[in-house]
Design a protein around this ligand. Structure first.
Ligand SMILES: Cc1ncc(COP(=O)(O)O)c(C=O)c1O
Length: 398
């Protein structure tokens, strides 16, 4: 079979498409992320790719468009089979059709899970620094954040199990939202770590919602294990899967929550209401999972290349910035504290002087103060330009 070779160096213009990354300047200014946003701005903040999706997905979407009718659609057998086969093939995970619940977005699914599995005032464990919507999913629903901070070992993050267990034991703690692979640290938790987390939660009647939507985007030499494949008991596990990140289709809101336990599934469904994927979502998912692996291999190679480039660039040009190669995700978590500047000073140099937008570490919890998160799935020339611009505005402190 002929292999299609993608050219990810090509820049695809996203301005004028309503892109959150490329067209949201006014919004970003309003929420205080940046004071500057213009035609020269390089936005490397939000976690989607500036890289084109697999060709089979484009073809499948064209087919839907060409049919000219976009009525109500329901997940069909092909949709479920594509999911089931993907996880069997890649993670040796057996999923049954009835365990899959479509939900239009993972962040939405987290809020639903919080409401479905806890009461107002209950505690929900998260591990900061962590993707900010984990906090909002809890606080916006009037539940209490129980923070089990990750231990920062020179940029390599590990779990404080003693603290985790103590917090899981508290009677009002009902839920743990796990992020694996972890955003922003890039950790992929090991089988042993996941087994231990699952066991502690099981022993203490804490349900786990595992956000595993970065699970396909891992470095070439790493292995990702879904928590259900590591735990001895799985009845308390709810897993969010998605093609949103893997195949760069976040705008299609293609999240599927896998819930083996019938009671937990029914509670989730009740809170979620009956959601139907769009015809585009169905077509994209089937094409991506059935025919997207060749593209995925290439995109992982390309992202690995960007990560290597940034690592080397920092070593050579900005040695005071520390970064640990992420095991998974396409996110790098850069420690700027070596400059001895305040986070505001760092931010001004990057966001205003260099005109590059990242995400400041404190947004991920106070543990992130002094860090900047960069998302790297963009054409390498863009990444190079961003890094060169950033280096230039720190040159005086080299
Ligand atoms: C860990 C994690 N969960 C959820 C999301 C958002 O997912 P969705 O677009 O499916 O809501 C992101 C996006 O960056 C993420 O990193």
């Amino acid at each position: 079979m002929q292999i299609m070779k993608y050219n990810f160096d090509e820049k695809v213009n996203r301005r004028g498409t309503g892109s959150m990354k490329w067209d949201a300047g006014d919004f970003l200014k309003m929420v205080g992320i940046t004071e500057r946003y213009d035609e020269e701005t390089l936005p490397l903040f939000t976690a989607d790719m500036d890289l084109p999706v697999p060709d089979p997905v484009i073809k499948a979407l064209h087919k839907i468009v060409d049919n000219r009718i976009f009525g109500y659609t329901m997940a069909n057998d092909d949709y479920y089979e594509a999911i089931i086969n993907w996880f069997k093939r890649r993670n040796d995970w057996d999923i049954k059709k009835e365990e899959i619940v479509y939900c239009p977005g993972t962040v939405k699914a987290l809020g639903i899970a919080v409401r479905a599995y806890t009461n107002v005032g209950d505690g929900v464990i998260i591990q900061r620094p962590v993707y900010p919507p984990f906090t909002s999913a809890i606080e916006d629903n009037n539940r209490v954040v129980i923070n089990n901070s990750l231990i920062n070992n020179d940029g390599y993050y590990t779990i404080d199990f003693e603290d985790f267990e103590a917090k899981a034991k508290v009677a009002s703690t009902k839920l743990f939202i796990l992020c694996n692979p972890h955003n922003p640290s890039g950790r992929i938790f090991s089988k042993a770590e996941l087994k231990r987390l699952a066991q502690i939660c099981y022993n203490n009647d804490v349900i786990i919602v595992a956000d595993e939507i970065h699970g396909d985007l891992i470095r070439k030499d790493n292995k990702f294990y879904p928590i259900v494949k590591c735990a001895d008991k799985v009845d308390h596990l709810v897993t969010c899967t998605a093609i949103n990140k893997t195949f760069n289709v976040a705008g299609l809101h293609a999240t599927n929550v896998v819930i083996g336990n019938e009671d937990l599934r029914n509670k989730f469904k009740k809170e979620c209401g009956y959601e139907m994927p769009s015809p585009f979502t169905i077509a994209a998912l089937i094409a991506a999972y059935n025919e997207g692996e060749e593209w995925l291999d290439q995109i992982i190679d390309y992202i690995d290349g960007n990560i290597d480039y940034i690592e080397n660039f920092l070593k050579e040009n900005m040695p005071k910035v520390k970064v640990v190669k992420p095991e998974g995700t396409y996110i790098m978590w850069m420690d700027f504290r070596g400059y001895g500047l305040t986070p505001e000073e760092v931010k001004k140099r990057i966001y205003v002087d260099a005109n590059v937008i990242l995400e400041s570490g404190a947004m991920f919890g106070e543990e992130g103060t002094g860090y900047e998160r960069i998302c790297v799935p963009s054409p390498r020339p863009m990444i190079k330009e961003a890094m060169e611009r950033i280096a230039k505005v720190f040159e005086d402190l080299k």
